[in-house]
Design a binder for this molecule. Structure first.
Ligand code: CMP
Length: 136
């Protein structure tokens, strides 16, 4: 079934010049780019996007990181896109993520892990409404 996901290519990926590499992996898989923008997350958007994490101990440094510079926000779509993208992205902690995944190949951190991808169709619609209200 066709699905769409909200993908954030995080500030570490922009700083490291990995945006093309990461988007290329999605494109080569056969997924479609429905929207794409370079944008800096502000504090309010961080709190809304990460509403389920704001009370967690890792949230303050995560918020500092996510607002530290521009990121790329995208809507990526395709057949079973939510699960397909999460498989391409790999486990949260780059040190434990499987080789062959974006994080497994390119990240050594559980915070600066290059990519965020929606974890369910409900999260995707909530997150798309925050980032691309005109497309929700
Ligand atoms: P993301 O998929 O954007 O969802 C929540 C983010 O919080 C996650 O990627 C990581 O960047 C970060 N994160 C999750 N768990 C931890 C942790 N234990 N320590 C630091 N950062 C974390």
């Amino acid at each position: 079934m066709a699905e769409r996901s909200l993908v954030l290519i995080k500030p570490d990926a922009v700083r490291r010049g990995l945006v093309g590499e990461i988007i290329g992996r999605f494109e080569r898989k056969g997924l479609a780019l429905d929207a794409l923008v370079l944008r800096t997350m502000d504090a309010d958007l961080a709190d809304a996007h990460y509403a389920e994490h704001v009370e967690k101990p890792f949230y303050p440094p995560l918020k500092d990181f996510m607002t530290s510079g521009p990121l790329v926000a995208a809507i990526v779509s395709g057949d079973q896109a939510i699960a397909v993208i999460r498989a391409l992205v790999g486990a949260t902690d780059g040190r434990a993520a499987a080789a062959g995944t974006i994080r497994g190949d390119l990240s050594l951190s559980n915070r600066e892990n290059l990519v965020h991808a929606s974890d369910s169709t409900e999260s995707a619609e909530r997150e798309i409404k925050l980032w691309f209200p005109e497309l929700s």
